[in-house]
Every structure is written in C-alpha cells, then in structure tokens.
Design a protein around this ligand. Structure first.
Ligand code: N01
Length: 604
C-alpha cells in the first residue's frame, strides 16, 4: 500500500507564467459565442441518428393499464440499484420502464469498439459481494459491464417488472388520488404511488452543428449507436467492414480515445478530426489476480469504494487501496504535507497540476514518432477542465501509416460536404463519418429525459426548474410529491458515478419504504428545506466558478459560457464522501427532517 501523505517529487522545470499564458491562449481560441448552442439534437432530419441498432424495430405489445406502488423510469445502474434495493425490502408492486431493449443504460447504448470503463471494476460494478462475482479484469470492457447489469436484473427479479422499448412521455400528479398518472409512447396508462426517475447522465447523444452536416452522402452514425452491420466486428474491434473504407471520426474525448485504436487497425484509412486533444495517461489494465480475489473479506467492496471516493474527492486516507492513475492524479495535483493535510498554497497546487500535465505531454513525445503530430496531440489546460483519459494504445495509433491526425487548431471542423469533411479549406473525402461528439449534460431535465412532469397545481418541472434544479439533497422537489430524480446536480459528484447512484438509491428506497411502513400517503420537501439546500449548493458553487471560467470550453463549463443554471446545477461542495455521510445521518433520523408528510386518510 502506498501512503498518500507524500507529494511525488518530480524534477521538472515549469514556467508557470508562460504556461498560464498558453492555457489562456488555447482557451480563447476555442471560445464561441454560440457555446452550448453549437450542438444539434438528434431530432427532425437527424432523428435517424438516434435509432436503436440493437432493438427489434418490429417489436409490439399491448398497452397496459395498471395501478402500482413504484414506477422506475430508466433501467441503467440508477434504476437497477433502486429496483434491487426495493426488492430487498420486499416491495413487489414495481414497474420499470426503459427506452432500450434491455437493462444496461449507458452500457446498453455504448457498445462501440473499445468501450470500457475507466474506473476500476471492483469499485464501479455495484453489488459484487451480493452477487458473489468478481470482474475478469481491472478495467472492464463494456460487454462485461452490460452483462453485469443483466445479472443484477435477474438476481432481483426485475425482468418481469420491465417494459422495454418504451418511452415515458408524461408524468402527472393526480391530487384526488394522490398518485402519479404516467403515459408512455405505447399508450400505457400507469397509476403509481411513487415515481423514481433514473434517466441517467450523459444519455442524450448530440451532434455538432457543423454547417452542411445534413448533406453528407456517405455512411454516418454517433458512437452511442454504433453500426456494426456496416463496420463488422464487435466491442473488441476487428471491424472487417472497414477494410476498404476511408473513415473519419470527429471527437477526441473519452469515447474517441477508446475507439480510435480499433478504427486505426481496421480502416483502409482513418482521419481523426481533432479540436482539443485530451490528456491521455497510462491505463495498465490487467486480469484479476486470483490472490486478490482470495484476499477479500466481507465488506471489502464498500471499503474500497469509499477509499477511492475519499482520495479522488480530494480527502485524505492513510492508504490508497486502488492505486491507479486516478488516485495518482490526485496525489500529484493535490500535494500534501507529511501529516496528510492538503497544501493550501495555491502556487504549490498550480505548480503540481502543471507538472502533472507536463508529464502527460512528455508521454506524447515518448510514444508519437512524428514531432509535428506529437505537438498537436499535447493538451494545454488545467487537468480537471476536461475528463482525464487513460489508454495504452491510443497515442500509438498515430504511428500507423494509414492514420492522419487533422488538427483543427481549436477551430473545429469547418464544413461537411456530400463527399467529406473540410478543415482549413481542404476537403477530406470519406466513405464513413463517425461522431464521437458526446452527450447533453445537465441542460433541461425534462428535455433530456424526454418527458413532461406536471406536479401539484399543474406546475411543470420545467417551469419550476426554469433557472436550474431546485431540490432537497438533489433528488426531491417541493410541489412534486412522491417523485424522485436521480442526478448529480445538487448532490454528491464523484468520479465513480455508480457510487453516488447507489447512495441515492439507498436513500430514495429508505424514504419510500418508511412511508409505506408508517402509512404516509405523500411526502415532499418543505419549501424551506428546499430553499436552504439550494442556498447551500449555490454558495458552494462560488468556489468553483473562477476555476471553470479559466478552463478551455467543454461540457464541464457549459462550453465556456456560463449559463444561469450553472450554480444551481452544481454539486455539494463539501465533496462526495461528505454527501454520503450527510445522507447516512439523515436516514438515521426517523423523522426524515425537511420532509412534509401527509398521512393516508387525511384530506389532500
Ligand atoms: O464526449 P465529449 P465523449 N469539431 O463531450 C469534439 C463519459 N465516458 O463521448 O474538446 C471538432 O467528452 C470535442 O472537442 P472539444 C465521460 O464522462 C466515459 O467522448 O469540445 N470536434 C470532443 O473532443 C466523458 O467525459 C468513458 O474541443 C468537435 C468530442 O467532440 C463523457 O462520457 C468512456 C466538434 C466530444 O467529447 C463524454 O465523452 C466514454 C467540432 N465541431 C465516455 N464538436 C469511460 O469510462 C465537438 N467536438 C472510459
């Protein structure tokens, strides 16, 4: 075990002032007045980009009319954990509605070649101890995670409760019955006492609004709807259908980084159109060591997961159990005094961050042979302005003769024509164009979830959240009784998203089952509790504002143009483990403070 108490001594000469200027220069090149408006939703003439390549388009079923206790919207980890924990508590009257044709959420949709999780499997895949399962490797491939989702659904008998290929369109509070009326695109009419909306993060794909995008006459798709019928192969690559194709890919974020090596080894020729290079650190994946498996004691997963979230959340733990590139970043970027206290000196922190980023750039030089290409692949921004990436084959792909990096120097692709992609006046003819251009992130909740939510007095959630979310602890809203939203907005945000989803699921299930036990018909936060929590979030957000504004544009900072909702969309500033503790303490209080309860039999 490595002690986290010592900063890593690295002897690198950093000119902080010069690098600050370079960071600002690179950021300013990328700032655009249309910011978030530069993207294109998958609707209208782009609707076909959103079609599900894994589902049976002929699927039909009769509409259902039913009365149930709990409706869960979404069958990803959020829905699975909520459903699983409800089942553990004996709740049988349950329905799960999912847009895809199976459970899995992110891992149902994202099956692109190379898709894998960048958080260690032993802490990312939930309920490993309950399922008696240990993943095959440290950083699991998408297929193994998707299979784990199905195992969870089987273990908790969630399949009989599931409606797949179904989209909830409207959720409306019926005051007279004190229940939610839920309508779907298959004309189901469901009446539910409780609704838990687990529609996920980064689940609505977006396209760039590049001029001419609709004119491209070749084959095109978004990475989250990978077209294996065209490319051949599978999640491990071997894309035989591309052997005679010239392929272009736009986007070099976490998705692009993982899929580009497979495109490089399969396509006749690959053009990578880059706007901003990502930081790409070592991956060091490895099969699960049987000795590790033997060493595990009951409760190990929670301990390991908490340890990781503590360290990566900037807190202190005497040992680093995971010891990977994530915890290494924090060790490097948040230097500590020998007793473990973080160094508060901003100059020391800045120097540490710049040193870490310089090491990332040196890694590019060590791997990429062509010096000009290497230079273009070097990231110049604060490490946490964008999601850090980890890959051991990505940079090497640029040493292949069939791969060209087309660096747009921060400008992005200029135009798309019927034949291909234009950058700096030069057209690159393509057979196939792949968009690794990401997903909506904390925009309008109802739009991202694809449904209208109407609470008491006919008010819509969109209207109540017009300026950004208003919640207690991120998942309950005044005026929307018995309605829960699973999200990171106004909640704990952790690198290991599933950790936070699990804590929210536990708490939501606790509230629901306590209400059932005590005969509470409706529950919602008081206006005062909601206002106080919103104030906690907004005042906490002030601390991150300057940092985000100095960042190069990306989805973390609303593409460089702060929106009114930004402060309200922020996370609990005390950190993810403080959020876990807060929820633990709150659940321990039988009064569920801050909630307004109405008992069954009392007038609405
Ligand atoms: O999407 P992104 P993603 N011309 O938004 C580029 C999670 N995830 O799907 O950086 C040219 O990060 C854009 O350029 P720029 C993870 O949380 C996790 O890759 O904006 N390029 C960028 O390169 C991640 O953060 C895992 O300048 C254009 C790319 O498109 C999140 O999902 C794996 C352009 C979009 O990158 C999203 O990742 C995958 C234009 N006009 C995803 N417009 C793991 O766990 C946009 N771009 C490993």
């Amino acid at each position: 075990m490595t002690s986290t108490s010592k900063p890593t001594p690295i002897d690198i000469d950093i000119d902080v002032a010069a690098l600050n200027r370079k960071y600002a220069e690179e950021r300013d090149k990328r700032k655009r007045s249309d910011a978030m408006g530069q993207y294109q939703a998958l609707e209208g003439k782009f609707a076909a980009f959103g079609h599900d390549p894994h589902a049976d388009p002929q699927f039909k079923r009769d509409a259902i009319i039913e009365d149930i206790d709990v409706l869960i919207i979404g069958g990803g980890f959020g829905g699975l954990l909520t459903g699983g924990r409800l089942r553990e508590k004996g709740v049988q009257s349950l329905r799960i509605i999912e847009k895809g044709a199976d459970f899995g959420g992110t891992w149902y949709w994202n099956r692109y070649p190379g898709a894998a999780c960048d958080v260690e499997s032993y802490i990312y895949l939930p309920m490993l101890e309950e399922l008696g399962y240990l993943p095959s490797q440290r950083y699991p491939k998408a297929a193994e995670i998707y299979a784990h989702c199905q195992k969870l659904a089987q273990r908790f008998e969630l399949y009989p409760a599931a409606f797949f290929q179904t989209q909830v369109q409207r959720v409306e509070w019926d005051e007279s019955r004190q229940r939610w009326r839920v309508g779907t695109d298959r004309e189901d009419m469901i009446s539910a006492r409780y609704v838990v909306s687990c529609t996920g993060l980064l689940s609505t794909p977006k396209l760039p609004g590049i001029p001419g995008i609709e004119t491209f006459a070749g084959h095109a798709f978004h990475t989250s709807r990978w077209d294996y019928a065209y490319t051949g192969g599978n999640g491990d690559g071997n894309l035989t259908g591309l052997a005679d194709k010239v392929v272009g890919i736009i986007g070099t974020g976490s998705t692009g980084i993982q899929t580009i090596p497979h495109l490089a080894s399969s396509a006749k020729h690959l053009y990578v159109f880059q706007r901003t290079p990502s930081s790409v650190d070592v991956r060091n994946n490895a099969p699960t060591d049987p000795e590790f498996s033997k060493s595990l004691k009951p409760g190990w997963q929670r301990e390991r997961r908490d340890n990781f979230t503590t360290i990566v959340g900037g807190g202190y733990a005497p040992v680093d159990m995971v010891q990977d590139s994530w915890t290494d970043i924090i060790r490097s970027v948040v230097p500590r005094l020998v007793d473990g206290t973080p160094m508060m000196d901003p100059d020391a922190v800045k120097l540490a961050e710049m040193t870490k980023m310089e090491l990332t750039r040196r890694r590019v030089d060590a791997i990429v042979k062509d010096k000009a290409v290497a230079e273009a692949l070097k990231p110049y921004f604060n490490y946490f302005c964008k999601r850090p990436c980890f890959h051991d084959e990505y940079l090497d792909a640029y040493n292949r003769p069939n791969v060209d990096l087309i660096d747009t120097k921060g400008n992005g692709v200029e135009r798309i024509t019927p034949r291909g992609v234009v950058v700096a006046g030069q057209e690159y003819p393509l057979d196939c164009l792949i968009f690794a251009t990401g997903f909506d992130f904390l925009t309008d909740y109802s739009r991202e979830a694809g449904m209208q939510v109407i609470g008491t007095g006919g008010q819509t959630l969109s209207k109540h959240w017009e300026e950004g979310p208003r919640t207690l602890y991120g998942f309950m809203t005044h005026g929307f009784p018995n309605f829960f939203t699973m999200s990171i907005a106004q909640a704990g945000a952790a690198v290991n998203y599933v950790h936070m989803a699990d804590e929210q699921a536990k708490t939501i299930v606790h509230v629901i089952t306590e209400c059932m036990k005590k005969g509470v018909a409706t529950i919602q936060p008081t206006e005062q509790a909601e206002n106080e929590w919103v104030e906690t979030i907004v005042s906490g957000a002030k601390g991150r504002r300057a940092f985000l504004e100095a960042c190069t544009p990306g989805y973390y900072n609303y593409e460089g143009k702060r929106e009114r909702a930004a402060a309200l969309n922020d996370f609990y500033a005390a950190g993810p483990m403080a959020y876990v503790q807060l929820l633990d303490d709150w659940r321990a209080n039988p009064d569920l403070p801050g909630l307004e309860k109405r008992f069954a039999g009392t007038d609405p």
